[in-house]
Design a binder for this molecule. Structure first.
Ligand SMILES: *Cc1c(COP(=O)(O)O)cnc(C)c1O
Length: 455
């Protein structure tokens, strides 16, 4: 067997040419999305005005385990992939653990996270379908940046509705998006009906993701040859992210690595779903006994404290209803929470796998997460994104459990991105002003009260 290098990469000819479609291997499928007006399962026709046709097909595909990555998209992937699978030799030493720790690092591209994997795919399909412009929302800014890079490459116009507070707090993100040619509009804005209405009702509001989504969808529906794109949650997004898991599987096979535990952070569930896809497929087929752990912030605990129910994807309650673990579309995460992972819901695929007992979930307060991020940065060199640092925390804790029990386990975790644009959060951790927030049961009840009555 080959000796395991510090940084494990693949040659271009070893790169996966297919995505892994989890829905083709799940024993039971997630319940279908429902049309918000009729409460009947959505048909492809319901989704086509909003999303590109090929993506709608992928969203509905429950039969093809492997879906081929088109050649012109592979050309883009070649620029940014493979991402390295890194053996955390230094972290292992610092923790003095018998565990073997690996992380799959998605932050090597300029946008700084895994989101570029699906941004490129979605823009490619839009281009092929003759779409000339796209709209989307961005909160923390990673998604908007990834979309701007992909749109620049394929030559498509992009409008990004950026949550107003983020646009003000993260001027560098805005600058990157604009450098790649994207147009940034702080949301809520007076460019849409829904934006004007929200501004009238809440003058001076800093905006929210749910509100930016509503604005982006409105523009896509009203503009010729324009569609909307979403960066997480949906099945086709998890499908595109499965390239992370496929590369990891190939690297593991090449070096004889057999994971006992795979860990990922979860906001909408796409990097986690992508990383675990082929491994959980094997687990469903009875071929391994890997533990899969989803890590979320204690301030926005969709899996650990949410309800498994049909809910809207946006605050404006315009999207199809998705069956998912949710805190209610009316749940407003604490403003003191740094970075992403603030979404009220969770990918329907991840939700179903969790519901059926294939995935475990845990949550951490942000000061614990940043403590882990800083120790990781100091020994492994990489400054992790606050989101990714949730996975770092959980991996460190599992490795410490191995030390206590004297067990040599193999842990792989997803390091979904870098933290260069989140230095305000690091500053507040460094100067001791970071606070933790855990919603009370009463806080959560308010969110649950916003759930539509379906079941
Ligand atoms: C957006 C983002 C996440 C959360 O999204 P998922 O869909 O849950 O993967 C996690 N990490 C980073 C770095 C992100 O940018």
């Amino acid at each position: 067997m080959n000796k395991i290098p510090y940084r494990i990469t693949l040659e271009e000819k070893e790169l996966p040419r297919y995505w892994y479609n989890l829905k083709a291997v799940m024993k039971e499928l997630p319940p279908p999305p429902l049309h918000p007006a009729t409460l009947k399962p959505c048909t492809p026709e319901d989704l086509k005005p909003v999303f590109c046709e090929e993506l709608v097909k992928q969203e509905m595909n429950t039969t093809d385990k492997y879906i081929e990555i088109p050649e012109k998209l592979f050309d883009f992937y070649r620029m940014i992939r493979p991402s390295p699978l890194i053996r955390a030799y230094n972290l292992e030493k610092v923790l003095d653990t018998p565990a073997e720790i690996y992380y799959k690092f998605e932050g090597t591209n300029t946008s700084g996270s895994h989101k570029l994997n699906t941004a490129a795919a979605q823009v490619y399909y839009a281009k092929e379908a003759g779409i000339t412009s796209l709209t989307t929302e961005t909160g923390a800014g990673q998604w908007g940046t990834a979309m701007a890079m992909a749109c620049a490459y394929y030559g498509i116009d992009l409008i990004v509705y950026m949550v107003k507070v983020s646009a003000e707090q993260k001027p560098y993100r805005k600058a990157v998006i604009e450098t790649y040619g994207g147009k940034v509009i702080p949301s809520p804005s007076n460019t849409t009906e829904v934006g004007r209405k929200i501004l009238e009702e809440n003058p001076g509001t800093g905006g929210s993701l749910g509100c930016a989504i509503s604005e982006a969808i409105e523009v896509a529906l009203k503009t010729k040859n324009c569609r909307y794109v979403l960066g997480s949650v949906l099945d086709h997004v998890l499908l595109h992210q499965s390239i992370i898991g496929e590369e990891t599987r190939i690297a593991c096979e090449k070096y004889g690595i057999e994971p006992d535990i795979i860990i990922g952070c979860a906001g909408g569930g796409s990097n986690l779903g992508g990383l675990i896809a082929p491994f959980i497929g094997d687990r469903i087929a009875g071929k391994n006994k890997i533990r899969f752990i989803s890590v979320e912030p204690a301030s926005c605990p969709s899996l650990t404290r949410g309800k498994y129910a049909y809910d809207f994807g946006d605050t404006g309650k315009t999207t199809p209803l998705l069956k998912m673990y949710t805190l209610g579309s009316g749940f407003i995460p604490s403003p003191n929470h740094a970075g992403g992972l603030r979404y009220h819901g969770m990918s329907p695929i991840i939700s179903k796998l969790y519901h059926d007992g294939y995935i475990e979930a845990c949550s951490y307060e942000q000061s614990k997460v940043f403590e882990a991020a800083v120790s990781f940065a100091r020994c492994e060199g990489i400054l992790p994104a606050p989101e990714s640092s949730h996975a770092v925390r959980a991996a460190i804790d599992e490795a410490l459990k191995c030390k206590e029990a004297g067990e040599k386990k193999t842990i792989i975790f997803g390091l979904s991105g870098t933290g260069y644009f989140d230095l305000t959060a690091y500053m507040s951790y460094n100067n001791g002003t970071m606070t933790d927030y855990i919603p009370t049961d009463e806080d959560l009840e308010k969110g649950f009260a916003s759930l539509p009555k379906v079941d």
